[in-house]
Ligand binder design. Structure first.
Ligand SMILES: NC(=O)c1ccc[n+]([C@@H]2O[C@H](COP(=O)([O-])OP(=O)(O)OC[C@H]3O[C@@H](n4cnc5c(N)ncnc54)[C@H](OP(=O)(O)O)[C@@H]3O)[C@@H](O)[C@H]2O)c1
Length: 250
């Protein structure tokens, strides 16, 4: 996959990994549009990243997602790359009563919205010379952390969806990538690592961005980064891919 001259939409692009991806893709010579819910964060990113375009969008609002992709197609007909990066992470204790809204919101943000946005983009992407859907999952998609059960399940779902989507699109020009970060030093955990006295703040978002561009350039469709490689390796064997290929005529 080429890593310049793309027109890229990054969800959750105003902070953390999304911001680092926006910065790296701009620097590499791409057109970048980011979205998120907080206007102030989008404005901050707009000030710092010359050439970026920003849109307010809550990805859990399915109509707003339709409007966003329609806006992309109309205003950026060369739109050829979707980075499903927006995500939330909650510590949920099922020994207590967990509100169903908390479960539903995490699944919607981390799984339903990326699938919806991919669905809205694919037919447009098929008209482009080369295009890509990039899903940001997590090492925790492979071996879960029990204190955040819905987060891990949502990332496993996004992983499995990526495998199937790649299978469905294998004879098209639409490539499906899964980037699998380890712990990254962002605000995703809303400070809970500090409260748990977890000293390891993880790698810097910039490193995830560098690895993502490398994965795209080398067509590494499933790319675990850093410590996530250990979780990925623990959960995998060669036989899994063999069985998938047998089941799917590959
Ligand atoms: N940090 C880690 O250790 C780690 C590890 C593995 C994977 N990841 C994944 O990396 C991705 C980025 O996370 P991050 O670590 O960079 O954390 P982050 O800085 O909190 O970024 C998450 C972004 O998603 C946006 N977002 C959340 N809900 C949204 C919604 N409903 N609609 C639109 N945008 C929404 C947030 O902006 P608004 O709040 O303004 O909407 C924010 O910009 C996530 O998918 C996360 O699961 C992170």
């Amino acid at each position: 996959m080429k890593i310049k001259e793309n027109t890229i939409l990054i969800t959750g692009g105003a902070t953390g990994i999304g911001y680092a991806l926006a910065s790296a893709f701009l620097e590499a010579g791409n057109q970048v549009i980011i979205c998120g819910r907080r206007k102030d964060k989008l404005k901050e990113a707009e000030k710092k990243l010359s050439g970026i375009q920003v849109r307010i969008c809550d990805v859990t609002d399915f109509v707003a997602c339709v409007e966003l992709i329609e806006w992309m197609k109309k205003n950026h007909p060369s739109f050829n790359m979707l980075i499903n990066n927006a995500g939330i992470q909650q510590i949920l204790d099922f020994k207590q009563k967990v509100p169903v809204e908390a479960i539903s919101n995490e699944i919607t943000t981390n799984f339903t919205a990326p699938a919806h946005l991919a669905n809205l983009s694919i037919r447009h992407f098929k008209k482009q010379k080369e295009s890509a859907i990039i899903n940001i999952t997590s090492g925790l998609a492979y071996i879960p952390l029990a204190i955040m059960p819905v987060y891990c399940a949502s990332k496993s779902a996004l992983h499995t969806f990526s495998v199937s989507l790649r299978g469905q699109l294998r004879d098209t020009n639409v490539k499906v990538f899964e980037i699998i970060p380890p712990i990254v030093d962002t605000e995703l955990d809303k400070g809970s690592r500090g409260k748990r006295e977890q000293g390891d703040r993880g790698i810097q978002p910039k490193e995830v961005a560098t690895e993502t561009l490398k994965a795209l350039e080398k067509n590494l469709f499933e790319h675990p980064i850093g410590m996530a490689r250990n979780l990925y390796a623990a959960a995998h064997s060669d036989k899994a891919l063999f069985v998938f290929n047998r089941m799917n005529g590959g």
